[in-house]
Design a protein around this ligand. Structure first.
Ligand SMILES: Cc1cc2nc3c(=O)[nH]c(=O)nc-3n(C[C@H](O)[C@H](O)[C@H](O)COP(=O)(O)OP(=O)(O)OC[C@H]3O[C@@H](n4cnc5c(N)ncnc54)[C@H](O)[C@@H]3O)c2cc1C
Length: 389
């Protein structure tokens, strides 16, 4: 087993590490100031300017295949880069990204939706969750009824990331009630000017998702993504393929937080000595280090399986579950080590505390990951001995 990065991988990782240190981290005080004032941390133009800077150095479409103008770096490399970006809470991401299921479009859909999304001219969102259907996604009730060459969509979606900014949505609707998720759910590409409305949902995080309303929205038949009735499978693919990316980003956040905790422990004096001298503090640092190391390998292993085109579902669920739980425990310890200051808005710890909480909820809650992991074992789809057998 060889766990070393080759020279090219190191070079790519180090470029991003330097970019984050020089271009992203210096923005933190201003981003924090704006967010505290209820404004977005970065404007769309500022984000674009940063993305253009990265693009000049070749960093564009990290996961996007080269035939679509991306770098096609693969899952392991992308996980390593996400961890680097996660070291800052500044909401930066590289440009040139499109949701994996958009690559399933036909040639015309690729021209109208996929390519403009990659180039940044268009913004998409993915909408399956409804007020009555979250974990139980099969319970969606939004309907699409065929009327000649069109479909008429009615229903409500909720918690849709980028739903306020998007100019088109990949929306999942029931097209055959009898069949339901098993052949009766279809995905439609629906432009905003076809008539759907969005409403921001305030959250405890810094960015808000949206509620979407479809009131007799008419969509041409050719806007079906993939095949009619095969939408549920597409939706599960969208979620399943990139699950490792969420805990990957968290690795960088908790590394940075523990670095802050170490500094604080060395500098803060109580009862005549630095708190770093107390075993209670040392154990919090030690446990965090062990868990970060374990998380790193869980994420890289899941990403490696994706690159090898092996079944990665169990590994991705394990990495997502462990990452969500441990990131939350670690940020809580780091806050504790900072005492009262950790609770204030002078430091960004409380901001990370709120942001990392989401990791235990979206793209499959902790409970749903546990259910998946246990079911895979109980049904024999996964082996308790793991990949090595
Ligand atoms: C900020 C944010 C962004 C999001 N972005 C998107 C997006 O872009 N697109 C999209 O479609 N959705 C999105 N979601 C929705 C997200 O995927 C759902 O919130 C999530 O799947 C949980 O569904 P729910 O909120 O309806 O909770 P529920 O399903 O109602 O669950 C409530 C509680 O019950 C537990 N539970 C449910 N079923 C079981 C079970 N079988 N066994 C044990 N426990 C169970 C859950 O784990 C949870 O603790 C987003 C959510 C948030 C908060």
């Amino acid at each position: 087993m060889d766990f070393t990065l080759d020279e090219e991988q190191k070079e790519i990782r180090d470029w991003v590490r330097t970019f984050v240190r020089k271009e992203i981290i210096p923005l933190e005080p201003e981003v924090l100031r704006r967010e505290r004032a209820g404004q977005p941390g970065l404007t769309r133009d500022e984000l674009k300017a940063l993305q253009d800077k990265a693009k000049q150095a070749g960093f564009f479409g990290v996961l996007t295949p080269q035939e679509y103008g991306g770098m096609g770096l693969g899952a392991v490399m992308t996980a390593l880069l996400e961890a680097e970006l996660g070291r800052s809470f500044v909401p930066f991401r590289f440009g040139g990204y499109a949701d994996n299921i958009l690559f399933h479009g036909n040639d015309e859909q690729k021209q109208r939706y996929l390519l403009p999304t990659i180039s940044g001219e268009r913004v998409s969102c993915f909408a399956i969750t409804e007020p009555g259907a979250g974990s139980d996604a099969k319970a969606i009730r939004t309907t699409a009824v065929r009327d000649g060459d069109e479909w008429v969509i009615n229903g409500e979606k909720t918690f849709i990331t980028q739903g306020n900014e998007a100019d088109f949505v990949m929306v999942f609707a029931v097209t055959d009630k009898e069949k339901g998720a098993d052949g009766g759910v279809t995905c439609f590409l629906v432009d905003r000017d076809m008539g759907w409305k969005s409403e921001p949902i305030p959250t405890m995080g810094q960015w808000g998702p949206a509620a979407l309303v479809f009131d007799n929205v008419r969509v041409p038949h050719e806007n079906i993504l993939g095949e009619e009735g095969k939408g549920f499978h597409l939706a599960m693919q969208w979620i399943g393929q990139g699950r490792y990316l969420l805990p990957a980003r968290a690795i960088g956040s908790v590394e940075r937080l523990v670095e802050m905790a170490i500094e604080q422990a060395k500098n803060r004096v109580t009862f005549g000595q630095p708190i770093a001298e107390y075993q209670a503090i040392q154990w919090m640092i030690a446990d965090s280090a062990v868990e970060i190391e374990a998380l790193r390998w869980l994420v890289l292993h899941a990403a490696w399986l994706v690159d090898q085109k092996k079944d990665s579902r169990q590994a991705q669920s394990i990495a997502k579950l462990y990452g969500g739980i441990k990131a939350n425990e670690i940020v809580d310890r780091v806050l504790q080590i900072h005492g009262g200051m950790g609770y204030t808005r002078e430091l960004p710890i409380e901001r990370w505390y709120r942001e990392l909480r989401l990791l235990r909820i979206y793209e499959g809650t902790d409970e749903i990951q546990r259910r998946t992991i246990a079911r895979n074992l109980l049904k024999g789809h996964a082996n308790i001995r793991g990949t090595l057998g």
